[in-house]
Design a protein around this ligand. Structure first.
Ligand code: ADP
Length: 456
């Protein structure tokens, strides 16, 4: 009996099989026929499997190629240099950034050792970096490379270990970023910064000298008054001494009483005797005043060195304001209202400088005003001391309000203003953890408000 193999499912290649009718080949009994059918089915299955695997393989191959192209383009686009080498330092892969650094083709580089490109002095460091991964961490360091055209380029390197699928270390990958330019730029910046700091220190010193000059002018004025009346009194006392000596000489020489009486009237001996006491008192008062001024001066040191001292706020404001007033020869009316017992821990000289600056500016602002006035007020607000310096002067132009604490900002003519006073005052107050701000008063004039923490 002949039988045609019936196929319901047709895998690829089926046409061949299905078209074979057994009578064309063999005449088979039933068992042989079923065996053949099995074999052919099996072949069909294997063939289909093969085809499936092939498609799969092609797809995976395409994916792999795509991934490789992607990785290569990423590596090529990295501007840092990248070197992958074996544990022995033999280079296996580099990126274009490295090739352009050393000025070579990839084929010439692969197989050479990384140490060949590092300057001799840095080879030890290169070996250290190559040991990365032994301790399980990335190592960092700077390496100088012998670059193209005989140059030497310093690179900040990072080195990580390469591991195979079984976590065995088989090499290292190094990445590096050129820092020679960066270093030069940094050095130039550092140098510029140092010069700037030096210039700044010089300016601060100049401003201190200017402050000192103002202080000296104020002190000179302040001393002038007691010194002149001490002088005056001493001249008068000397004149009295001569009259008394003259009178006593006549008495000792035994002049007659009438002559002594005439001399007594002529030399105004009685007036002299009653004047001596107030003259001496005045002289002592003058000397005390001079001694007070000198004591105040001693407390003022413009340097920040030494311990902070308790500074009596009322005395600080009075001294600063009076010295500023005297130095400027100002006719402004000075009003000082400070709550009693306010004390801050500070370097008195520095605080003095701040308030002389503020009062100085206020006095400048009230020049030419009717009833020129400057107010100073100090009070305590919780853990802060608030000191306000206000004037009824010109005020500050709104568009200048944001700039007046900047160095060199001045609206005064050359020689009158340096534009450093408020900047220095701001820095000093900031150093004490305080703040200083300014506003125009509704009634005209400017108001500076200094807040100082009590535990500064
Ligand atoms: P300088 O007094 O040398 O100009 P400052 O830093 O002390 O420098 O002051 C900067 C500027 O702030 C002054 O030129 C002035 O324009 C302004 N200013 C400061 N205080 C007052 C004030 N009380 N009233 C009006 N303007 C002021």
């Amino acid at each position: 009996m002949t039988k045609l193999i019936e196929k319901t499912e047709r895998p690829p290649g089926e046409d061949l099989i299905s078209k074979i009718s057994l009578p064309d080949v063999f005449a088979l009994d039933d068992s042989s026929e079923s065996m053949w059918v099995d074999v052919i089915h099996r072949m069909d299955e294997v063939y289909s499997e093969l085809l499936r695997n092939e498609t799969d393989l092609e797809r995976k191959n395409a994916e792999l190629e795509e991934a490789q192209t992607f990785i290569s383009s990423v590596v090529a686009s990295v501007s840092d240099i990248l070197i992958a080498c074996g544990s022995d330092g033999v280079i296996r892969k580099v990126n274009p950034a490295f090739l352009s650094l050393v000025g070579m083709q990839e084929a010439a580089v692969i197989g050479t050792r990384i140490f060949d490109y590092v300057v001799e002095a840095d080879r030890g460091e290169a070996e250290r970096l190559m040991s990365a991964g032994h301790e399980g961490r990335v190592l960092e360091g700077d390496l100088h490379f012998s670059a193209a055209y005989g140059r030497e380029e310093c690179l900040a390197m990072r080195c990580a270990a390469l591991f195979d699928g079984r976590r065995r270390r088989f090499g290292a990958v190094l990445t590096g970023r050129p820092i020679s330019e960066l270093r030069r730029a940094y050095q130039a910046l550092h140098q510029a910064h140092l010069e700037l700091q030096q210039a700044q220190r010089k300016l601060i010193e100049q401003e201190k000298m200017a402050s000192l000059g103002r202080l000296v002018a104020g002190v000179a004025h302040e001393l002038n008054n007691p010194i002149s009346f001490v002088y005056g009194n001493i001249y008068t006392l000397d004149r009295y001494r001569r009259s008394l000596a003259h009178y006593l000489k006549a008495v000792h020489q035994g002049a007659d009483p009438e002559e002594i009486g005439t001399l007594r009237r002529m030399l105004k001996i009685d007036a002299i005797l009653s004047d001596i006491e107030p003259l001496l008192e005045g002289t002592i008062e003058g000397a005390d005043r001079i001694s007070d001024i000198v004591k105040n001066l001693r407390r003022l040191s413009f340097s920040k060195t030494g311990e902070l001292q308790p500074v009596d706020v009322d005395r600080l404001l009075r001294n600063a304001a009076h010295l500023a007033l005297r130095a400027k020869n100002s006719l402004a009316n000075l009003v000082i209202e400070s709550a009693p017992g306010l004390v801050i821990d500070a370097h008195e000289g520095q605080m003095h400088q701040v308030f002389v600056n503020l009062v100085d500016n206020a006095l400048d602002a009230v020049v030419g005003r009717d009833n020129p006035r400057v107010w100073l007020a100090a009070s305590r607000r919780d853990d802060t001391i608030e000191i306000v310096v206000r004037d009824n002067g010109s005020g500050i132009r709104e568009d200048n309000l944001g700039n007046i604490f900047e160095p060199f900002f001045t609206t005064k003519t050359v020689g009158e203003g340096t534009g450093l006073g408020l900047w220095i005052s701001f820095s000093i107050i900031q150093d004490y953890g305080g703040t200083i701000n300014v506003r125009n008063c509704g009634t005209g004039g400017a108001e500076f408000r200094v807040l100082l923490p009590l535990d500064s």
